[in-house]
Design a protein around this ligand. Structure first.
Ligand code: GMT
Length: 373
């Protein structure tokens, strides 16, 4: 059965935008008609598909309004697209504001379009603590037909914080392993000045406080004392100034490469040995999965959904939040023991190919849609 599916996400925001866009592409490959209803073309929509459409939400600034009315403009656009294109499903990413906009858009359209909401974390772990928003988050969740969250930890956290009268189902994230795979990018090692005997650690994020990049740098300084290595810091964000000062303070400027925002991350993972994801909030940790798909094991914190992606001692290591000694000792162990490293790397690839395989996840979403029609 071919379905007509509207997808709304923040097209330029990290993981949630990536997952929403990749899901749209894979559903289109399965023959469904996909309508992105977003404020700009999702950045991962990088090639032409005959059955993917983009409907831009225009938000005008009027001097009478203190804030541009994005939510209302989005609901209006959703109603217009649902009605004209006869959509079966609106799949929105984030309870706030997207689920609430979908509910309003559905009412405005008068069509019985079904609403599927996927929670990614920031909408719950940050906004869920804001009493001025919890009622709206609960409303968005309860009035959706089906709600999914990207990890079981996020389901629990949503139940604890928001207490909605709704069963939330776990549907894990996935990556397209046709894109994220080991590639031959060895030339980058020489170009970045990485010596043949040096190991490479990598961290990728938007450098927000919750990502604890300072812990990444602190742990790396300890790792370097035992293993000659370099650290690739990929991304940019509010903590960048603090991090570059810390690197100077620790006297490790020579060994830390600030690469800024980058595309084609598989090329950087392919020259890396270990990934560090030491966040204090992380409902899934898509970047760990991206690294694992290139055969790079990750060390993560025992926070949110990270332990559902990284299995301690199997495909990487889990450490308590802020325990830099533990991170350093596990990293050194993995980097020095060739047999252990090979096993972690093999298991990382296997995890991506089984538990988080794209077909498995897309099957789950597809069966949710079909169950609603
Ligand atoms: O982590 C961010 O700053 C971006 C955020 C987002 O909304 O894209 O990421 C969230 O969704 C990703 C995709 O589901 C998850 O992999 C991230 O763990 C999650 N971030 C947090 O929970 C902090």
């Amino acid at each position: 059965m071919k379905l007509k599916i509207g997808i709304t996400c923040y097209p330029t925001v990290g993981g949630s935008g990536v997952v929403a866009t990749e899901l749209g592409k894979l559903l289109a490959e399965r023959g469904h008609e996909i309508h992105f209803i977003t404020s700009s073309i999702p950045f991962r929509l990088d090639k032409m598909y005959h059955n993917i459409y983009f409907h831009q939400v225009e938000v005008n600034q009027y001097s009478v309004f203190q804030y541009p009315p994005y939510d209302i403009a989005l609901a209006n656009k959703m109603a217009e697209v649902v009605e004209r294109e006869e959509l079966d499903i609106l799949h929105v990413h984030y309870a706030i504001p997207h689920a609430v906009c979908a509910i309003l858009g559905k009412q405005m359209s008068g069509r019985d379009v079904k609403i599927v909401t996927t929670l990614h974390g920031t909408d719950i772990t940050v906004l869920g603590y804001d009493a001025s928003l919890t009622g709206a988050i609960r409303f968005g969740i309860e009035k959706s037909d089906v709600v999914t969250a990207v990890s079981t930890a996020l389901v629990k956290q949503t139940d604890d914080l928001i207490r909605p009268d709704k069963d939330i189902r776990t549907v894990y994230n996935f990556i397209d392993e046709r894109v994220y795979r080991k590639t031959d990018s060895a030339h980058l090692r020489t170009e970045y000045g990485i010596e043949p005997h040096e190991k490479v650690l990598i961290h990728v994020s938007n450098f927000r406080g919750v990502k604890r990049v300072k812990d990444v740098v602190g742990a790396f300084a300890k790792i370097r004392e035992a293993v000659p290595s370099k650290l690739l810091l990929v991304g940019d964000g509010p903590e960048m100034g603090t991090i570059s000062s810390l690197v100077k303070e620790l006297g490790i400027e020579e060994y830390v490469l600030f690469l800024g925002k980058q595309n084609n991350l598989e090329e950087l993972y392919s020259i890396s040995d270990l990934k560090l994801l030491l966040s204090e909030k992380e409902s899934f940790g898509l970047v760990a999965l991206e690294a694992m798909a290139c055969g790079v094991p990750a060390i993560g914190t025992d926070i949110g959904g990270i332990p559902e992606v990284i299995e301690d001692g199997v495909n990487g290591f889990i450490c308590p939040l802020g325990d830099l000694e533990a991170v350093a000792s596990k990293a050194v162990k993995a980097l020095k023991d060739g047999a252990l490293y090979a096993e972690l790397s093999r298991n990382a690839l296997e995890t991506v190919r089984t538990k988080f395989h794209r077909n498995r996840v897309v099957d789950q979403y597809e069966s949710i849609y079909k169950e609603l029609i």
